[in-house]
Design a protein. Structure first.
Length: 190
């Protein structure tokens, strides 16, 4: 009985620490760090399937909240509002197993406006981001702002020459980079 009580206390302490680790500074204004693609605003996969509609990078969000409570869901959820409409991102622990929830939050949300996020990019890259388009000549930073991080990326900016994105559950999209670090070709499913 004593071991059971100790185990329960450890579990409760762990849940409190997890919840505290994801507290967000409510005094900041938050923005999307990259385009967030979705087909259902109440169930957006954290792998950011590149299909459907998208909220553009730099979109101001309100009521940002993180639910990482195993009694509510087996996967953490991030909810927020854009112009009064609720959006919920489901963080898939299987797909994002190499990243902590905190890491995903820092990739998805920022305190920087679109202008601050894209200040070092060309006008053409900024236009492509807002269109949701990746075209030859774009920098890796512009691709991240357009499509998000490749789902298998453990690093801030992957150094691989080929980035693979999930289009949906069965198809993939490919972005190749040349020696200059810029997009050389793309392949997106029709």
């Amino acid at each position: 009985m004593k071991k059971f009580v100790i185990a329960q206390m450890i579990l409760i302490c762990a849940m409190v620490l997890i919840a505290q680790g994801h507290e967000l500074d409510r005094t900041k204004t938050w923005y999307l760090a990259h385009n967030l693609w979705y087909t259902d605003p109440t169930h957006i996969e954290s792998v950011n399937f590149i299909s459907g509609r998208f909220l553009p990078a730099g979109t101001m969000i309100t009521k940002l909240d993180v639910i990482d409570d195993l009694s509510v869901s087996s996967n953490p959820q991030v909810s927020f509002e854009v112009r009064g409409k609720l959006f919920t991102v489901i963080i898939d622990r299987d797909s994002d197993k190499h990243l902590q929830t905190e890491d995903l939050l820092h990739r998805m949300f920022t305190s920087n406006t679109f202008e601050e996020l894209t200040g070092n990019l060309t006008d053409t890259e900024r236009q492509n981001i807002l269109r949701g388009s990746v075209l030859p000549g774009m920098s890796k930073e512009a691709v991240i702002r357009t499509l998000g991080f490749p789902p298998d990326s453990r690093f801030e900016v992957p150094d691989k020459g080929l980035w693979i994105y999930k289009w949906d559950f069965s198809q993939k999209a490919y972005v190749s980079f040349g020696a200059d670090g810029r997009v050389s070709k793309t392949h997106f499913p029709q």
